[in-house]
Unconditional design. Structure first.
Lengths: 223, 223
């Protein structure tokens, strides 16, 4: 297929920002596919979803997806390609640590299932919670059993939704079990060895960035 | 006070990334203050919290906070200064839209209260939920009453935790009531007029950025 240049694929210049944008494009393509739309131009995509058409073309061209003159992009094909680039063409197994409000909310977050993330279970230290399940049916396991469970059924991503004081020890434990990617909802910074990636979702930081812009009286953009 | 250069404060070059880092420093200073630490050098701050010392100095110098030779920064004073820069020296009032798992989790998120965000209430369209409250005691109001309530008690930030299909109409409603900052947890993009700031917390995008790095076999950094 012309332009499907896999060589560029492993390039270090592909930033996390690009990955984030590809992920947003995938959300938009899902919506178009649900509506039955077969093809879309970068211009129409940009207009419908409040994105930047030039940026879309640049991002997709980087991955060898050039669209077809007079047609635009084939929605289903571009979806498949983006899913492949984002590593969603295989099963991504997720364990959620902490079965409090936040952990329970994340376990049932509809977007995860839609993209094929498999929520293996919730893990908590509170014996009273063990054996229960989220509204969506994700079971709560004893965190003490994680090491044993993960040997049989490895997980790819650990979501940390425990109180701040417990976060580092949870991360140490999952990393020692071979997990290489962590989505962290606890405040503060976590220490991980090289080769492990942490994505911090500090909710207070996000709120404060809004507070910052309100305080400056400068709210003319999107974050 | 030398170097407390307020002139630079409104500069457009102050990026959201800087605001995010200041917010992380504030988290670290809170931890130090809790421990009773009186002063800290950029080097010690960097080492203890896995940050970059040169970046800390650069960020703080930008806001006129230079530290004291041989002492470093006074923890309480720097905290106060950062809180002022981040607009946390006044009350920031927050309304949360959607009283599902996620909204309930956000209502009780301990970091918000700690920094002085006041969660005014949860707002939901489901009559059965109205009048109930979160575990932490945040009351659930009828979203239909929001317009009336906000006239008496304005809110600064609207947190959107409703299903994707309802998100745009919720945002249109809060914006029409004068809210200028939105923290959005629903997937997809939201349209807002100029002068309103949206910060998107798309959880699927975050998971996919981890999946992307796992797929590339390149996990040598922090997100």
């Amino acid at each position: 297929m012309p332009g499907r240049n896999k060589g560029k694929f492993g390039n270090d210049q592909v930033s996390e920002l690009t990955a984030g944008r590809l992920s947003v494009y995938l959300r938009c393509l899902n919506a178009l596919d649900d509506e039955g739309t077969k093809t879309v131009s970068s211009k129409a995509l940009a207009e419908q979803f409040h994105l930047n058409a030039a940026q879309i073309r640049k991002d997709l061209a980087y991955f060898g997806e050039f669209g077809v003159r007079g047609v635009g992009y084939y929605v289903k094909e571009l979806k498949r390609h983006l899913r492949q680039i984002l590593g969603l063409d295989r099963t991504v197994r997720v364990g959620i640590f902490g079965a409090g409000n936040l952990g329970m909310a994340l376990a049932d977050y509809p977007g995860f299932r839609r993209e094929g993330f498999v929520i293996v279970g919730l893990f908590d230290a509170a014996k009273a919670k063990v054996g229960q399940q989220s509204r969506g049916g994700v079971r709560i396991f004893d965190v003490a059993d994680f090491k044993k469970m993960v040997k049989k059924e490895p997980i790819d991503i650990a979501v940390v939704a425990v109180p701040a004081a417990a976060a580092q020890s949870v991360v140490d434990e999952v990393v020692s079990c071979g997990v290489r990617a962590v989505l962290n909802f606890s405040p503060g910074t976590l220490k991980v060895p090289a080769g492990v990636r942490v994505k911090n979702m500090d909710l207070t930081v996000s709120m404060e960035s809004l507070s910052f812009f309100l305080a400056r009286g400068d709210a003319d953009g999107r974050a």
